[in-house]
Design a protein. Structure first.
Length: 433
């Protein structure tokens, strides 16, 4: 067992890791009740009681508002559509700019483009990987209408500084809470820290409804606009007596009764699922953090992390081999998961900084980047966000072994693989030389 698997040795483990599955008997029973009722959705795209959906949707939203400690929660069919609705609700349009994060899933940054506005990337903090307030301030212009922060990997962004900037410059704050359903900042859950919060319920997340999302807010005006955008607003405003028509054309972003019934059960399980996820994370952080050059996720003071994945920092000078080679050696020691999860649970970096994607490089989106009303000069040049680039291309790796369903022995295999690769890291020199 001393020869590294990457160099032809026997891997630490061949057995696939368990599939992440949070769905149990409770969800099956809840779904069955809805199926037997025949009422799979009760939304109507017209003003009236059913404009807000059926009983399960409403019950789920009441429960989510309680969880997020916000006055309002509206379910949607994804976080992506929730972000569209949030941007729309903030009256954003052609000529406007929205400050976004570069190191996140692509949906976090694209919503402004749907409304003809321009995403402006600020850099991230090297320890929390969330937007850096200093970089945000450098990017604020007279055109800035909102800051779209992401609580990336589950660590809350530096909200008091971000909210202070928003107040000073009179701009909105939208929180992308997709990866942070149980994160808290200074004693308050995320989702109610800015003007609007948006959660994800897709099947990769801590809890899920297959696809889905929730928008949270304390602001009645924003809540009403979100509801219009979710459900055919153009057809509703007249009968509802809505005076402010900006961005009230609607989509169909509605969640079904079936998904809402599953969501109610999933939300009840969130505390116990998080307890397991945190305990797994602490075990891995404790063990892997003993290896010089590998730094476990930082948790800022008075912050609660949701550990969607565990982001570790990697110092190639200390370890003596480049990160990508080290990660390749680990991947060779450990298989992926069962079924659909064919990818490794170890990632070299996370997502390439978004402005490097073709959509930004070629400025696709007719009335956004190339809008005659846009008087700014946004940059998407390589090198734009040096911290995000450094993290992604050299200094960060992610682990997904912390999720519920992993046994102690699964986690121990991960630790053994790290120790094996670390001990024999000098053998890797010839791989990259
Ligand atoms: C940070 C972040 N934002 C947005 C999304 C999009 O979520 P959804 O699939 O619910 O649209 C994801 C999904 O992975 C995400 O991780």
């Amino acid at each position: 067992m001393t020869k590294l698997a990457l160099l032809g040795g026997t891997p630490i483990r061949r057995q696939l890791f368990p599939l992440h599955n949070t769905i149990g008997l409770e969800e099956k029973q809840a779904a069955l009740v809805v199926l037997e009722s025949g009422n799979l959705s009760q939304f109507i795209g017209a003003w009236g009681d059913d404009f807000y959906g059926g009983p399960k949707v409403v019950q789920f939203e009441v429960a989510w508002a309680k969880h997020a400690c916000t006055r309002y929660a509206y379910s949607v069919n994804s976080n992506t559509s929730g972000l569209f609705a949030a941007i729309g609700a903030c009256d954003i349009g052609p000529g406007d700019e929205v400050i976004v994060a570069p190191y996140t899933m692509s949906a976090s940054a694209i919503a402004p483009v749907i409304y003809g506005a321009v995403p402006v990337f600020a850099d991230v903090d090297p320890r929390t990987f969330c937007l850096d307030p200093k970089s945000i301030e450098e990017k604020i212009t007279l055109r800035t209408k909102a800051i779209l922060v992401v609580h990336i990997f589950g660590h809350p962004a530096e909200m008091s500084q971000i909210n202070a900037l928003a107040k000073r410059y009179n701009i909105r704050v939208i929180e992308d809470c997709a990866q942070a359903p149980a994160s808290c900042y200074h004693g308050k859950p995320v989702g109610g820290l800015g003007d609007l919060g948006v959660f994800s319920l897709n099947y990769h997340k801590h809890i899920h409804t297959g696809e889905g999302g929730v928008i949270t807010t304390d602001n009645e005006t924003l809540a009403e606009k979100v509801a219009l955008i979710r459900n055919h607003g153009e057809q509703v405003v007249e009968a509802k007596g809505t005076q402010d028509l900006i961005n009230t054309f609607g989509f169909n972003f509605r969640l079904t009764e079936l998904q809402a019934a599953i969501g109610i059960e999933q939300l009840k399980k969130l505390p116990s699922l998080m307890q397991i996820r945190r305990s797994n994370s602490e075990f891995l952080s404790g063990q892997l953090g003993l290896l010089p050059g590998i730094t476990p996720p930082h948790v800022a003071e008075e912050c609660v992390h949701s550990y969607y994945v565990q982001p570790f920092l990697y110092d190639a000078d200390t370890v003596g081999v480049p990160r990508d080679t080290f990660v390749k050696a680990l991947q060779a020691e450990l298989p992926s998961s069962y079924g659909r999860e064919k990818d490794s649970l170890i990632g070299a970096g996370y997502v390439r900084p978004l402005y490097l994607q073709p959509i930004y490089q070629h400025r696709i989106g007719r009335c956004a980047f190339n809008c005659p009303r846009y008087e700014g000069s946004v940059s998407y040049q390589p090198g734009l966000c040096p911290v995000a680039e450094r993290l992604h291309f050299a200094e960060l790796f992610t682990l997904e072994y912390n999720r519920p369903g992993m046994t102690k022995s699964d986690l121990q295999d991960v630790v053994d693989a790290f120790e094996k690769v670390y001990t024999h890291r000098n053998d890797l020199r010839r791989v990259h030389e």
